[in-house]
Design a protein around this ligand. Sequence first.
Ligand SMILES: *[C@@H]1O[C@H](CO)[C@@H](O)[C@H](O)[C@H]1NC(C)=O
Ligand SMILES: *[C@@H]1O[C@H](CO)[C@@H](O)[C@H](O)[C@H]1NC(C)=O
Length: 361
Amino acid sequence: MKTTLLITLLLLVLLPIHGCQCKIVQFIFGDSLSDVGNNMNLPKSLAQASLPWYGIDFGNGLPNGRFTNGRTVADIIGDHSGLPRPPAFLDSSLSEDVILSNGVNFASGGGGILNETGGLFIQRISLSRQIELFQGTQQLIVDKIGKEEADKFFQDGRYVVALGSNDFINNYLMPVYSDSWKYNDQTFIDYLMETLGAQLKVLHSLGARQLMVFGLGPMGCIPLQRVLSSSGGCQDRTNKLALSFNKATDQLVTGLSAQLANASFKFGDAYDVVNDLITNPKKHGFSNADSPCCSMGRIRPAITCTPMSTLCKDRSKYVFWDEYHPSDRANQMIADELIKKFGFLISPSPAPDSAPSPDSS
Ligand SMILES: *[C@@H]1O[C@H](CO)[C@@H](O)[C@H](O)[C@H]1NC(C)=O
Ligand SMILES: *[C@@H]1O[C@H](CO)[C@@H](O)[C@H](O)[C@H]1NC(C)=O
């Protein structure tokens, strides 16, 4: 009798240690649209959001690595889902405990699906490299909580893959990159799909089951593209490439989701919503949809926003924050659209059977 009681007590004490009471966290792979500080820690990177006025509407208002005045789309979607905001992989606070309770964000400004994309920025983390870093992270967690619990932790995670615009703007559409003359529109998109498909399969082999891929917006309408034409209009060809990319990615992701075991891979874009913001800004409460809020005035394009730039009067009335990136309020509208499309995000709490907790009663 006594022995049984002792064993029971021992079990009660030991169980919680072995049971993984792991939280559901996010792992984010992306570019400057999702970077939350990785590039700030790449000393030689030319794509940085480390100076004012980046971050002016976020927290204490100091630059935090986000390439916008406030929140990124991934911030807003994660908040909506009740998921913690994952810190940048290169953030000095990162530790096993932080990873287990908040996830990790690997996104890097200037990064692309292709390794060669964004070479002009000197330092950036490509998707392949982001996935390698994720593998390293997994090893740390396995060492900390054991293989079985780690597998469960990574299979329960939510994965976001959001990049592609640099593969066009800072690669294919720039003659200094050899991809611009090695490929045509169709073969370049085929090459992107082949590469992205292989990377998504690697993520699946590493445990990713619930994964969202974000499509591209009308990137021919970012201020940086508009200044290329004398009329200041959108670059039609660039927009067509975004649409072709979205169509191909949708097919790729839908196919993989059907093919890979237990995969729930989803594709969503906000192309039409952003296009509507740009075409009918007033309808959505914006007063400007073609120039950046943070700007050097007549010196355009000044690629990044700097302390010498001037700010527009009302940041919530500009679709674009800088030459590339949407403002916080535009990001809110993009996120709202994606939330509408990705049904599963709306129920943040894990289904009871997907997160058994040790019976310690
Ligand atoms: C891309 O870079 C990774 C290293 O980050 C490397 O393992 C991979 O082979 C490269 N892919 C190509 C196609 O060169
Ligand atoms: C798929 O899910 C089932 C049921 O949860 C599980 O037994 C199986 O191992 C999973 N397969 C993979 C490859 O994740």
